[in-house]
Write a protein that binds this ligand. Structure first.
Ligand code: SF4
Length: 446
C-alpha cells in the first residue's frame, strides 16, 4: 500500500478573496477562504501580490459590473508582472455574466457561479494544468454551502445559513434568477453548526437567509423558523441570536413570540419596507401592504417594547408619484425606525422593473432621497434619545482599565457612532454600559 501523503494542490501558493455585496456574499467568502486553505493555500500578506485573487461579486448594487471590470483591468498588469498568478471570479455577477467575463477580461482564469462555490480549488487546478480558462456555472445548487469548510472572519460572532435562494419575485430584484429557488437546510444541520461555533468560542450567531420567514417551506413546516429560534435558546453558551432578512409577507406571530420569549434572541429586527405606497408595493410585487407592515411593527413592539427596528427603502421606483413618496415618508414617521438603508432605484438588467418605461427623473429622485434621509435621521435620533439613562449590553472587547464612560452611544442595530472599538484587545464578552448621552453618526451630541 502506498502511504505517501499527496501534497495539497495549493501548497506554497497564497490567496486573497475580495468581497462585494451583501452578508450572503461575506459568508460565502468565508467558505471560499476555508476551501482554499483546505487545499493548501495560505492567506496573502497585506501589501504582497497574491498568487490567486478571487472576486466574490454582487449583481445587486449599482455599477457592480463597472466596479468588477475596473478591478480586473487593474489586475491585468499585476498578473503580467507576477507569472503564475490566477484570477477567479465568482458570485452573482459571474452567475449572470458567465462567458461574458472572459470576453471582456480574457486574462481571468476561472469563472464560477453561486451554485458551485465548492468547485473553486478544482477549477483553479484545472486551469493551471490545462493552461486554459475554466468557466463552470450550474443552474441549481450542487452542495449546500454550509457543508463546506469555512474560515471565519470573527472569533466571537458567526453567520449561519439556514436557506439560500428565494421564491419571491420582487420586480426590482435579481436574486431569484441568480440564487435560484429557496433551498432550506435541515434544522438539525443548522443547530449542529451553531453548536460547533459555540464550542469554538462564538458568542453570537446571525441566522441568514434571503427570506428567513419562509424557512421550512421546502420541508413543509410553516413554524420552522420560530422553532429554530427557540432551539437556539437552548444552546448553552450562546449569548446572542440575530437573523436577517425577514419578509413582511411571511412574518407570523409565532416568530414574534419566539423572539420575545427566547432570552438570547436580540430584540432587533431589520425588516425591509421598500415603499410606504401600496400602489408601488404592488408594482414591486411585494405582496404585503403598508397597513400590514405597520401592524407587524405594532405587534413586535407590544411584545418587545425595546425592539430596535431598521429597514431598507427604495426611492424613485418607476411610476412613483409625489403622493406615493409622501406615503413612504408617512410610514417612516410612524414606524419609529432606529435606522434605515436607503437606495435610489436603478434598473438591474434582467429584472422585470428594468423594462418599465415610466422612470423618475434623476433630480426628482435625488430630492426625494434627501428628504427621506432627513426623515430617517430624525427618526433615528428620536429613537436613540430614548436610550439615554438606560443600561445596555454590548458584545465586545475592552482594554483593561478602559473607562466605561467611553461608550457614549450604543444600540443593538448598526446605528450610532461610538467611541467603542471592539477590536482593541482584552476578553470578548458582553459588557453592560450606562448610556449618559447620545453621539449621532455625524458627531452631533444630544
Ligand atoms: Fe429579492 Fe424580494 Fe427575494 Fe428579497 S424577497 S431576495 S428582494 S425577490
Amino acid at each position: 500500500m502506498n502511504s505517501a501523503v499527496t501534497e495539497p494542490t495549493g501548497a506554497g501558493r497564497t490567496y486573497q478573496v475580495r468581497t462585494f455585496g451583501c452578508q450572503m456574499n461575506v459568508h460565502d467568502s468565508e467558505r471560499l477562504s476555508g476551501l482554499l486553505e483546505q487545499a493548501g493555500y495560505r492567506a496573502a500578506v497585506e501589501g504582497n501580490p497574491a498568487d490567486v485573487v478571487v472576486f466574490n461579486t454582487c449583481a445587486v448594487r449599482e455599477n457592480a459590473d463597472n466596479k468588477l471590470y475596473g478591478n480586473l483591468g487593474h489586475l491585468a498588469s499585476v498578473k503580467t508582472a507576477h507569472p503564475g498568478m490566477q484570477i477567479a471570479v465568482g458570485g452573482c455577477l459571474a452567475q449572470k455574466d458567465r462567458g461574458e467575463i472572459l470576453r471582456r477580461a480574457p486574462w481571468v482564469d476561472v469563472v464560477f457561479g453561486t451554485h458551485n462555490v465548492g468547485s473553486l480549488p478544482t477549477l483553479l487546478d484545472r486551469a493551471r494544468h490545462n493552461r486554459r480558462a475554466q468557466v463552470e456555472i450550474l443552474d441549481a445548487l450542487e452542495v449546500f454551502p454550509s457543508s463546506l469548510p469555512a474560515k471565519r472572519e470573527s472569533h466571537y460572532s458567526g453567520w449561519v445559513s439556514i436557506s439560500v435562494g428565494c421564491n419571491n419575485t420582487c420586480t426590482f430584484c435579481i436574486v431569484p434568477s441568480l440564487r435560484g429557488k429557496e433551498a432550506d437546510r435541515r434544522p438539525g444541520d443548522v443547530l449542529t453548526e451553531v453548536q460547533m461555533l459555540v464550542d469554538d468560542g462564538v458568542l453570537e450567531v446571525t441566522l441568514l437567509g434571503q427570506n428567513v420567514n419562509s424557512y421550512g417551506v421546502q420541508f413543509g413546516d410553516r413554524g420552522a423558523f420560530a422553532k429554530l429560534l427557540r432551539a437556539c435558546g437552548a444552546i448553552d453558551g450562546l449569548e446572542r441570536v440575530r437573523f436577517t432578512s425577514p419578509h413582511p409577507k411571511d412574518f407570523t406571530p409565532d416568530v414574534i413570540e419566539a423572539m420575545a420569549r427566547t432570552p438570547n434572541v436580540c430584540h432587533q429586527l431589520h425588516m425591509p419596507l421598500q415603499s410606504g405606497s401600496d400602489r408601488v408595493l404592488k408594482a414591486m410585487r411585494r405582496s404585503y401592504r403598508s397597513a400590514r407592515y405597520l401592524s407587524i411593527l405594532a405587534d413586535v413592539r407590544s411584545a418587545m417594547p425595546d425592539a430596535a427596528i431598521t429597514t431598507d427603502i427604495i426611492v424613485g421606483f418607476p411610476g412613483e408619484t409625489d403622493d406615493d413618496f409622501e406615503q413612504t415618508l408617512d410610514v417612516v414617521r410612524r414606524s419609529r425606525f432606529a435606522g434605515a438603508y436607503t437606495f435610489q432605484y436603478s434598473p438591474r438588467p434582467g429584472t422585470p422593473a428594468a423594462e418599465l418605461s415610466d422612470r423618475i427623473p434623476p433630480d426628482v429622485v435625488a430630492e426625494r432621497f434627501a428628504r427621506l434621509a432627513e426623515a430617517v435621521t430624525e427618526s433615528t435620533l428620536a429613537e436613540n434619545r430614548t436610550m439615554v439613562g438606560r443600561s445596555v449590553e454590548v458584545l465586545g472587547r475592552v482594554e483593561a482599565g478602559e473607562a466605561a464612560g467611553r461608550i457614549v452611544a450604543v444600540r443593538q442595530g448598526p446605528l450610532l457612532a461610538t467611541s467603542f472599538h471592539p477590536e482593541v484587545g482584552g476578553d470578548v464578552r458582553i459588557h453592560r454600559y450606562f448610556v449618559d448621552q447620545i453621539v449621532h453618526a455625524d458627531g452631533r451630541n444630544s
